[in-house]
Design a protein around this ligand. Structure first.
Ligand SMILES: Cc1cc2nc3c(=O)[nH]c(=O)nc-3n(C[C@H](O)[C@H](O)[C@H](O)COP(=O)(O)OP(=O)(O)OC[C@H]3O[C@@H](n4cnc5c(N)ncnc54)[C@H](O)[C@@H]3O)c2cc1C
Length: 372
């Protein structure tokens, strides 16, 4: 019996398990190690924050998925991998050996450069910890609707902008406009700098219409209990500070001998195999495909699900592997929190409620493929 161990129940592994439930390789035992029972679907997360989707709507139930796929699910956190001895170590002390390993553990925001971030910053990932804090903030607003609240989003990429708009949408239902202040701090000279100028302009206008204060060309030096200090010397009053900064990889990966890039992401070939361990695969945010780097977006983690499944099966059955080439352009849809959305494809950018309804249709269809 061969042991296939999957670490992290992210987007790619959810697809792998769905496909495995339909067609298995005989003589293979599959184990999923996940630190959560329900994994968030990135497409719906912002609208879970704004209150539109329920927790069940926006999360894939890994317990049921594992049951349907006929695999073993272990709820634990992987903290080390001995790639040569083929052993995965977990937080609980459990050690699991593997013949083939696949990692889909996502990324988290970089915070090591910001003094005080550990104490006063709220990283967007891990999502369950972020949601715990977000629910406390909503409870506080509900209990004291006449108190002032200042929230700051650090990082003006697509995730940061979407978070700002959806937080705004949720909190304006509870607090009056004069009691709510939302700031967005971005180190680039325009928000979502890796998308088209037209997308950036459109979203800047929407943020401004929602009274979000945008600070551009600014980098956060430190955070304390009531204020943020920028490298420019400016101070910004802030009660809650969300970190949606550049994605980084977990530190424990650095202790393994799996080759990573300078930011700690696993270097893979376009078969999704590690460049130095052919029996280790990686996909989604945690992987950096050599010669074909792609954005850290759920869209790519989803697209890699099918080739990952095929290559895991092919590798286990000693067949040749298929090659995955990430698409150059992709449709990016940002929900603006009010049943409206902005879509971009290359340089084309459109805003319309129809796009929001279309996105809702696509997202619901995506979730329908998993058991509830
Ligand atoms: C606010 C926000 C909005 C976003 N909106 C979009 C969007 O609309 N569209 C889009 O394409 N992208 C979006 N993104 C980006 C998207 O969230 C990520 O690119 C996507 O989640 C990556 O998927 P993944 O499968 O690589 O990892 P993840 O979805 O992060 O899944 C990783 C899983 O592994 C688990 N895990 C992690 N470490 C361990 C461990 N050591 N042991 C066991 N389990 C572990 C995690 O709990 C999680 O369940 C958004 C990001 C943010 C911050």
């Amino acid at each position: 019996m061969l042991n296939l161990v999957l670490v992290g129940g992210g987007h790619s592994h959810s697809i792998v398990l769905k496909l495995w439930s339909k067609k298995k390789v005989s003589g293979v035992k599959v184990t999923l190690i996940s630190n959560v029972k329900n994994t968030p679907y990135s497409g719906m997360l912002p609208e879970y924050i704004s209150g539109f989707y329920s927790y069940e709507d926006s999360h894939i139930n890994l317990v049921k998925l594992a049951e349907v796929a006929g695999i073993e699910l272990i709820i634990d956190e992987v903290i080390n991998i001995d790639a040569d001895k083929k052993i995965v170590s977990c937080q609980s002390g459990l050690k699991i050996s593997f013949d083939v390993l696949s990692l889909d553990i996502g990324s988290r925001p970089e915070k090591s450069q910001i003094k005080g971030a550990n104490l006063y910053g709220i990283p967007i990932k891990p999502i369950p910890l972020f949601l715990e804090k977000w629910h406390k903030i909503i409870d506080l607003a509900d209990n004291k609707p006449h108190d002032k609240m200042i929230l700051t989003i650090i990082g003006g990429g697509a995730g940061g902008v979407e978070l700002a708009l959806n937080i705004h949408h949720k909190l304006t239902k509870i607090l009056s406009a004069e009691n709510l202040t939302i700031n967005l701090i971005h180190r680039g000279k325009r928000i979502i700098s890796n998308h088209s100028l037209s997308m950036s302009k459109k979203l800047t206008k929407i943020l401004e219409q929602n009274q979000v204060n945008i600070y551009l060309n600014e980098e956060v030096k430190s955070i304390d209990s009531q204020k943020i200090t920028l490298f420019s010397g400016k101070n910004i009053d802030s009660d809650y500070n969300f970190l949606v900064t550049q994605a980084c990889a977990p530190n424990w990966l650095k202790n393994s001998s799996i080759e990573t890039d300078t930011q700690g992401f696993i270097m893979v070939k376009n078969t999704l195999q590690s460049v130095n361990y052919p029996y280790i695969f990686a996909s989604g945010d945690i992987a950096n495909i050599r010669d074909y780097p792609c954005p850290k977006a759920g869209v790519f983690a989803v697209k890699q699900g099918m080739p990952l499944y095929q290559n895991l099966c092919n590798f286990l059955t000693k067949k040749s592997l298929t090659l995955y080439y990430p698409q150059k352009n992709y449709l990016n849809i940002i929900g603006t929190g009010n049943k409206n959305a902005v879509a971009s494809w290359g340089n084309i950018c459109v805003q319309s409620p129809l796009i929001w309804y279309w996105k809702q249709y696509l997202d619901n269809n995506f979730m329908k493929q998993f058991p509830h």
